[in-house]
Design a protein around this ligand. Structure first.
Ligand SMILES: Cc1cc2nc3c(=O)[nH]c(=O)nc-3n(C[C@H](O)[C@H](O)[C@H](O)COP(=O)(O)OP(=O)(O)OC[C@H]3O[C@@H](n4cnc5c(N)ncnc54)[C@H](O)[C@@H]3O)c2cc1C
Length: 805
């Protein structure tokens, strides 16, 4: 056995083999895979082998499309069969909300180049004749749906990797992973120790245990899952005899997926009475085995299936496959460099290995070899969870995710499991004021404040929700008086030390402010992609505070720490610094009533230490509402005192608390982009207009400079613009296609209702040469074409006079 390698991939399931293949495909051949038993010995061998592109996250859907298209390539390279059946599939909609979701998905697919179609009951019966369409409104047809042979496919990946120079060691159990001082790894196996530069955890069912060998907790959990294979069914035999094959049918109402298997059918369920498996750890001795059949869990599901597919009622059961596989709390894979670790990579938590395995392998290989993936993969980045995550949180979220696998996913939905989890000292005060809570990165965040008689729960919807009135009330209160909300959901970092300024000049593309001032700056990747949109506040020549997205803390810390140098200290203080934002025309009067500091020379983009009431605060003269406003930061121990000070002073100035729904409407008035909607690694600074914050004149070779300069010289091909939309009861959410002259020319990034201007607003990308002010377009919202036009003049305070005060 080899004793040194550039990469040791632990785990020979479909995911580990895909990673190995993609490493060779992208040019690394000194790579090896270690498998404790035979290839496919985890979840892989008993998978049903189905694949599909449908995924709520657009980039995940694109990677699933890549995976499916890859199989033909694998077959060609290796000469092996993956047992492909591209039979197509329908996903049924039995109610308007589910149909709305499909209309939204279909619309997204237009600019993704996916040829899905909405079909009605008559067509469904033609495509999938065993379906009882009573109560079915329509379906989404995807010609790419299909199934394959899980074992054959995994072995094809393995053969392709070997052909690229990779080595595979089976019956080679990894017992320990020990890191050397230089960041490389000793991987201790039953067959000896391998010195590896990089380790990839593709341990599947055992990924938790493999992670623990390196002291890392991976937030995933195995669930039991069951599907049945029937004896021959005459109606299916008739289809086969006529030269056809029955397609896949997903019936979300029945939480089932169905396909042809041999001369019968195979049907699996995501049942509500589901069961987590191996709660305290996956036993090492669990081998090539199945769990005992459990019909009790799926009795209701089977009865429902008999109604939807009456042929099943007559069919005998040939076999039952009941096995475990793993999920992360949100059901997406855990991929990428593990935060806080050197040369340790994750490729686990993959619950749909045959839809996603190729995309996971490609992404990880790009990250390892090229330094960054080609697209925004935050939805599956292992850094999307913080260091607060633990098994107590993961398990209920995984159960919830399993149960909701086939549920309608609404854009405004707040999932209930594992909540409330992380709360600030304001939780009970805001609850008493009517807060309707949402959740962000484990943290409770008020979405809006309901008054007596208003619903204390926002009904999930694709259309304007029942939070509409409360949101409008809060927006108007901010614009006419003063609003207050917490700054708990900002990511906050302290950068200190003699090298801090120089280092920030290298990490951030924008200007680093002088003491007492703050600036806005993009953070770019080497390839010029947006990886952060930060506010940098200079508290002193060697002391800076950064603020950015709360949900990207682990993502940002991973990058900041990767680039740390001597003389610079970096601290994540997101939960150690809290406070409030006050915004609106009366904000200055409120602050003046709470401090003895002279505010007359406190200008827009100033930052200052101040005593507010009894709290020592850092106060910034800026607000994401686009209004006159202040961010007031303090120690969480002083936060309640600060609240009472501001709240009491606010009473004579029409102060109201406001939530995130109002915040998102307010920012639209000014066309301010939002992190992970307008600003993400999918886009560049020039495309999004953030290049206005890049300092090309500064004497620093900031990361991404060459790429940004090139783009500046050439000009971006597409541009982010704002639209006024003739919407009805549904606004833009994200990824709606934008049409011009019967052609899809762009897509939306976000949108909503401007309660201030009483207009529906969207932000989105258009080709640069078609993005002029006044350009007429159509935006497809829930299957309806809505007229819209490009607007460049903000809907509130267009010249910034009020914001600057
Ligand atoms: C009943 C059922 C039906 C399914 N149907 C589908 C489907 O239709 N479509 C679909 O896409 N997905 C399906 N899945 C899910 C699919 O099986 C998984 O997504 C996939 O198998 C995950 O692959 P993996 O490589 O991540 O993990 P695994 O297959 O679990 O592989 C991990 C490998 O790592 C090895 N390993 C672990 N620890 C060590 C160690 N210390 N040293 C050496 N080797 C180690 C294990 O032996 C194992 O071979 C189904 C799952 C089940 C249970």
């Amino acid at each position: 056995m080899k004793t040194t390698t550039q990469v040791a991939v632990i785990g020979g399931g479909v995911v580990g083999c895909s990673v190995l293949y993609h490493l060779t495909k992208l040019g690394w051949s000194d790579v090896m895979l270690l498998e404790r038993s035979e290839l496919t010995s985890g979840s892989t061998w008993h998978a049903a082998g189905g694949f599909h592109t449908l995924n709520g996250d657009t980039n995940m859907a694109a990677l699933q499309g890549y995976t499916i298209r890859l199989y033909k390539e694998l077959e060609e390279i290796t000469g092996m069969s993956c047992g492909l059946h591209h039979v197509g599939g329908v996903t049924l909609a039995d109610n308007q909300d589910r149909f709305d979701m499909m209309l939204a998905e279909r619309a997204k697919h237009r600019f993704m180049g996916l040829e899905t179609e909405i079909v009605g009951p008559d067509e469904i019966r033609k495509i999938a004749p065993i379906t009882n369409t009573d109560g079915i409104i329509g379906a989404l047809y995807d010609p790419l749906d299909g199934h394959l042979d899980p074992s054959g496919t995994t072995h094809a990946y393995a053969k392709a990797a070997r052909m690229g120079g990779a080595t595979i060691e089976t019956h080679c159990m990894v017992r320990e992973t020990l890191q050397r001082a230089d960041g490389t790894w000793d991987v201790v196996t039953d067959k000896g120790t391998i010195h590896a530069e990089h380790v990839v955890n593709a341990g599947g069912l055992w990924a938790r245990e493999v992670g623990a060998m390196a002291g890392v907790y991976f937030p995933l959990h195995p669930m039991e899952h069951q599907y049945l294979v029937t004896d021959a069914i005459p109606q299916i035999e008739a289809i086969i005899d006529a030269g056809g094959e029955h397609p896949h049918v997903m019936d979300p109402a029945g939480e089932s997926y169905l396909r042809q298997e041999g001369r019968g059918l195979c049907i699996g369920f995501y049942e509500q009475p589901c069961k987590p498996w191996a709660v305290d750890g996956t036993p090492w001795e669990f081998g090539h085995e199945l769990l005992p059949d459990n019909y009790d869990k799926i009795t209701d599901s089977i009865e429902f299936a008999y109604e939807r597919f009456p042929v099943l009622a007559e069919a005998g059961v040939k076999s039952v496959i009941h096995g475990p596989f793993t999920f992360a709390p949100d059901g997406n894979p855990l991929v990428g460099p593990v935060p806080g670790m050197r040369n340790y990579w994750s490729a686990c938590g993959v619950m749909a290995g045959f839809s996603q395995g190729g995309g996971v392998g490609l992404t990880l290989a790009q990250w390892m070899i090229e330094g960054e993936p080609e697209r925004d993969v935050f939805a599956m980045d292992v850094a999307r969870f913080g260091d607060w995550i633990n098994p107590g949180y993961t398990r209920p979220k995984v159960v919830e995710n399993y149960q909701k696998r086939f549920s309608v996913a609404y854009p405004n939905e707040e999932l209930p499991a594992a909540r409330p989890n992380r709360t600030t000292p304001m939780y009970d005060i805001f609850t008493d004021l009517g807060a309707v809570w949402g959740q962000q990165y484990g943290l409770e965040v008020p979405n809006y404040f309901a008054k007596d008689g208003e619903p204390g729960y926002e009904t999930p919807s694709f259309r304007r929700s029942d939070a509409f009135d409360a949101t409008g009330r809060e927006v108007r209160a901010v614009r006419t008086g003063v609003g207050i909300n917490e700054v708990h959901n900002f990511g906050k970092y302290r950068i200190t030390g003699p090298g801090a300024r120089d280092w920030l000049n290298r990490i951030m593309a924008g200007r680093i402010p002088k003491p007492g001032r703050l600036s806005l700056t993009p953070m770019l990747s080497q390839k010029g992609k947006l990886i952060g949109d930060f506010t940098v506040s200079c508290l002193g020549e060697t002391e800076f505070q950064l603020t950015a997205s709360y949900g990207s803390q682990a993502f940002h810390m991973r990058w900041l720490l990767q680039h740390q140098v001597d003389g610079v200290s970096i601290e994540n203080i997101s939960d150690r610094l809290n406070g409030f934002q006050i915004a609106g025309p009366n904000a200055t009067q409120v602050l003046a009533a709470c401090t003895r500091d002279d505010l007359s020379d406190f200008c827009f983009l100033d930052v200052r230490r101040m005593t507010v009431g009894m709290a020592d605060c850092i106060v910034q003269r800026v607000s994401y509402t686009g209004d006159l406003g202040y961010e007031i930061y303090c120690d969480p121990m002083a936060q309640r005192q600060l609240w009472w000070t501001l709240w009491q002073a606010g009473q004579s100035h029409d102060m109201v608390p406001f939530g995130m729904r109002a915040m998102m409407s307010l920012r639209l008035d000014k066309f301010f982009g939002s992190w992970m909607s307008e600003f993400s690694p999918d886009y560049t600074a020039a495309e999004t207009g953030l290049d206005r914050f890049i300092s090309y004149s500064k004497n620093a070779d900031f990361i991404g400079r060459a790429a940004a300069e090139l783009e500046q010289a050439e000009g971006p091909a597409r541009k982010l613009v704002a639209f006024e939309v003739d919407a009805d009861d549904a606004d833009v959410n994200a990824y709606e296609p934008i049409w011009m002259e019967d052609e899809v020319v762009g897509f939306c990034t976000s949108g909503g209702y401007s309660h201030h201007a009483r207009k529906s607003v969207a932000l989105g990308f258009l080709p640069a040469d078609r993005a002029a002010d006044g350009s007429q377009v159509q935006i497809e919202i829930l299957g309806q074409m809505r007229n819209a036009r490009v607007i460049s003049q903000p809907l509130f305070d267009p010249d910034g006079a009020r914001m600057r005060g």
